[in-house]
Ligand binder design. Structure first.
Ligand SMILES: Nc1nc2c(c(=O)[nH]1)N[C@H]1C(S)=C(S)[C@@H](COP(=O)(O)OP(=O)(O)OC[C@H]3O[C@@H](n4cnc5c(N)ncnc54)[C@H](O)[C@@H]3O)O[C@H]1N2
Ligand code: MOO
Length: 430
């Protein structure tokens, strides 16, 4: 990391929301205080989906390389064509991937197939369904209909990419369509960032992985599966570091060891201020806690710090808070550490199909929102009716998050609210 965060921005446990770090301030600190930590590697193109590009790429040649037919049919010279319809002697035959045998003879048409090179002199293609072929005196003729434009059904050399066009820049995530573009210019390998090594810890004596028996008071560790899958929408290598007991010494030893191996530690639980919440204390003893306690709901106890050069994002234990904090803070942080941009969620203004009274001021709230279409065809957003931060059901019912700014005290039905679709934060739809 080129620039390390400054220590202890907020360590006070007894703050009112108005004194806590605001969402925008937290984002600004995270964005400006860390940079790429991943090394580079050169990989074959087929291994690059979702990776972050580390090199400049320009098109070395035109794509397509040559003028070619957009349909199966007959290629001819438009100036030979009578506007009332044309009658051509059938000449050469050109199939995709095969060489053309020479220029088009005057007043002739070439049989051509989609993607085949246009013979020299031909500039227009008539689709075979629109043409008629006839034999006369031992010769084959093709009758081309009226109404075609000059250049119809011809794809020009370089119409997708012109040689020399800048194509991609470092920092860009390689999407399926980017891989297609790289293949189209003949790029067999690319230099990308290595995946970010992310260590995942759950904390809490109550937790067990599914498949194990639950003791009295036990809870299954759902956040591991939630966070692993969320993180894997980004270029990460997940280290499953298991469940930490609520014992300070164990938490400290495990975090210290993991910090040696990982670029980022993601913890869940033990972030709050209970006597059994040890992540903060361990972090402060091993390194620095740069931020803790945000003016947001859910997710207030989230913390951020570092142990040596390894960063730690301490997510709350409640599943809703863990997912919301991951999407709002973890996702941009991971992408930036891995060589990409500090990802902002997509935001849309959508009319509310709900109302809220008496929202607390001074904190930003994020509700689980589901899009609905009213009888008038208008899209609106409903709010999951129960606010509990333990309700995975609400996360599943939602299409995204509704963001209510700090200063807002109430929301009227029909007023515009900000909607952050999950699909705009890297998640697939159900
Ligand atoms: N006195 C206060 N109590 C609490 C505060 C507070 O400010 N003062 N904040 C509340 C808020 S908000 C949240 S969020 C939670 C988060 O606290 P922790 O991060 O310390 O989480 P835990 O106490 O460990 O667990 C909370 C809850 O979530 C369940 N949990 C934890 N990990 C998992 C997991 N991996 N999979 C499924 N469920 C998990 C855990 O069993 C608890 O029910 O604190 C409030 N309290
Ligand atoms: O983040 Mo806690 O609700 O805010 O669960």
């Amino acid at each position: 990391m080129s620039d390390t965060p400054t220590p202890s921005l907020l360590n006070d446990c007894f703050l009112h929301d108005r004194d806590r770090l605001r969402h925008d301030e937290a984002l600004e600190i995270l964005r400006t205080r860390m940079s790429t930590v991943t090394g580079l590697e050169t990989l074959p193109l087929e291994a690059c989906a979702g990776r972050i590009l580390a090199q400049e790429i320009a098109a070395p040649r035109d794509v397509p390389l040559f003028d070619n037919a957009a349909v199966d049919g007959y290629a001819f010279r438009f100036s030979d064509h009578d506007p009332a319809g044309g009658f051509f002697r059938l000449g050469a035959r050109v199939a995709a991937g095969h060489p053309v045998e020479g220029p088009l003879a005057p007043w002739s048409a070439a049989r051509i197939f989609t993607g085949a090179v246009m013979p020299e002199g031909a500039d227009t293609v008539a689709m075979q369904e629109d043409c008629r072929v006839s034999e006369e005196g031992g010769e084959t003729f093709v009758i081309v209909p009226a109404g075609l434009r000059a250049g119809a059904n011809r794809r020009r050399a370089g119409e997708d990419l012109k040689a020399g066009t800048p194509l991609m820049a470092p920092g860009q995530r390689l999407r399926p369509q980017d891989l297609a573009a790289l293949a189209s210019i003949g790029q067999a390998e690319v230099q990308v960032h290595q995946r970010l090594k992310v260590g995942l810890f759950s904390t809490g004596d109550e937790l067990r992985r599914p498949g194990r028996a639950l003791a009295a008071g036990g809870v299954y560790d759902s956040n591991f599966f939630l966070l692993k899958a969320l993180a894997e929408t980004l270029p990460v290598e997940i280290h499953d570091l298991g469940i930490l007991p609520d014992r300070r010494a164990d938490v400290e030893a495990a975090l210290a060891a993991a910090a040696q191996r990982c670029d980022l530690l993601l913890t869940t639980g033990g972030a709050s201020r209970g006597e059994e919440d040890h992540v903060g204390a361990a972090l402060m003893s091993l390194g620095h806690r740069h931020m803790w306690q945000l003016a947001i709901k859910p997710g207030r106890p989230m913390m951020f710090g570092q142990i040596g050069t390894t960063l730690l994002l301490g997510l709350p234990g409640n599943p809703v808070a863990a997912m919301v904090c991951f999407l709002l803070y973890g996702r941009p942080v991971i992408n930036q550490l891995a060589g990409g941009a500090f990802l902002a969620p997509q935001r849309f203004a959508v009319p509310a199909a709900f109302s809220v009274k008496g929202k607390k001021p001074d904190r930003r709230e994020f509700y689980r929102g589901t899009l609905v279409t009213g009888p008038d065809g208008e899209t609106r957003v409903t709010k999951f009716e129960r606010d509990g931060s333990g309700l995975i059901t609400g996360l599943r019912a939602a299409d995204g998050l509704i963001e209510i700014p700090e200063e807002v005290r109430s929301v009227d039905e029909g007023s515009l609210v900000t909607f952050l679709p999950f699909s705009g934060m890297g998640l697939a739809t159900a």
